[in-house]
Structure formats: C-alpha cells, structure tokens
Write a protein that binds this ligand. Structure first.
Ligand SMILES: [Zn+2]
Length: 198
C-alpha cells in the first residue's frame, strides 16, 4: 500500500467506526453482535468493536474497509471512496496530495508504526512475566520447602513477579525500560530459557 492510500485509510478509520457502518447498512445489532453477512446463520456470531469485527462462526476478521470490500465485493480504493462519500469524511480522493500533505502522511504513518511496535513489545513483556512466573512456580513445586538458596530466591522472585504482573499497566506509571531490566535480571538469575519456555 502506498503512503497516500495508507494515509487515506488511516484517516477514514479515525472517522468511521464499525457500529456506524453497521447502522448505515441497517444491519441489526444485538449487544454488539450481528448475524454474519459472510456466512449463512440465524443467530448472531459476529462481534463488532469500534475498530474491528470478528465472526466466531466463519473466522472473518477485519476493519470498516475490509468489511465494505467484502460486503459489496469491491476493491480497497473503491471501498475507501464509498465510505468517504457515505460518511462525508472529506478525504481528498480525487486530487494528488501536496508535498506537504505527503510529508505529514509519512510522519503520521511512522507514528502509527512506532505505536504498533511499542504495543507489541508491551504484550511481549507481559507474556514474558507470565512465563517467568510459571518457570519459578515449577521450581517451587519441585521444592515445597525452600531448602536451598536457589529455591528461596524462586519463592521470593515469584512473589515479586506476581507483584510486577499486578502493577503492569501500560496506561499508568509504566516504564518499558524498568520492566525490561527486571525481566532480564530474573531470567539470568534463574537461567531460564525463554525460547524453550514459549
Ligand atoms: Zn461468519
């Protein structure tokens, strides 16, 4: 996808949510579930979020644009054009972007990429904390009494990891560097092979 198309798609998705589209198409929604238009069914199994949808019946998954593409059997740009018009988003579909707009679009794309990368790293840190907790738990199960230094440390650190997991909140007081350091130290101290534990 070129930068102009990516920018148009991102801006469109900022303006048009899935519930808006469902409403527009007059599809009946029941507590956030609709009957999937992409397979035949009588009870709703497609869940609608603000920014995406997923069908638990047939596995279809995507955003407002892919929904529109499938619904009308049209291509990506056509779908963006259609939504742009239907919802009066005002995207400049039919003219070339100015150099300034292209530069800003690139910067916006880069910010989105960075945000995605950050959120992937945060997810991985959280998974790792859970793996560490499980690894230490195995040591503890093998040694019901902390009879040596390593086991005693496992008891102590398992508790500490539980605390870190509780405290883990990317929206509040969270520091990626802090969690990285803690994870590295515990991993090293107990010689845990994260690759093997995954
Ligand atoms: Zn389906």
């Amino acid at each position: 996808m070129n930068i102009a198309a990516a920018e148009l798609a991102a801006r469109l998705k900022e303006s048009v949510t899935m519930p808006m589209l469902i409403d527009y198409l007059r599809i009946e929604s029941n507590r956030g579930y609709i009957c999937c238009p992409f397979h035949s069914e009588k009870t709703p199994s497609m869940k609608i979020w603000d920014d995406h949808y997923k069908c638990y019946g047939c596995g279809e998954y995507g955003d407002v644009i892919s929904f529109t593409q499938k619904y009308y059997n049209i291509g990506f740009i056509k779908a963006v054009e259609m939504l742009n018009e239907a919802f009066n988003v005002g995207l400049p579909m039919n003219r070339k972007m100015t150099p300034n707009e292209i530069r800003r679009a690139r910067e916006a794309q880069q910010r989105r990429n960075e945000e995605k990368a950050r959120s992937d790293r945060i997810k991985e840190q959280f998974n790792t904390l859970n793996i560490l907790w499980a690894s230490l738990d195995r040591i503890i199960i093998d040694h019901p009494v902390p009879d040596n230094e390593r086991t005693a440390a496992a008891y102590r650190d398992r508790q500490y990891i539980a605390y870190l997991i509780d405290y883990f909140n990317p929206n509040e007081g969270y520091s990626e560097a802090f969690f990285s350091t803690q994870i590295n130290e515990i991993t090293k101290q107990f010689n845990i092979d994260l690759e093997r534990s995954l």
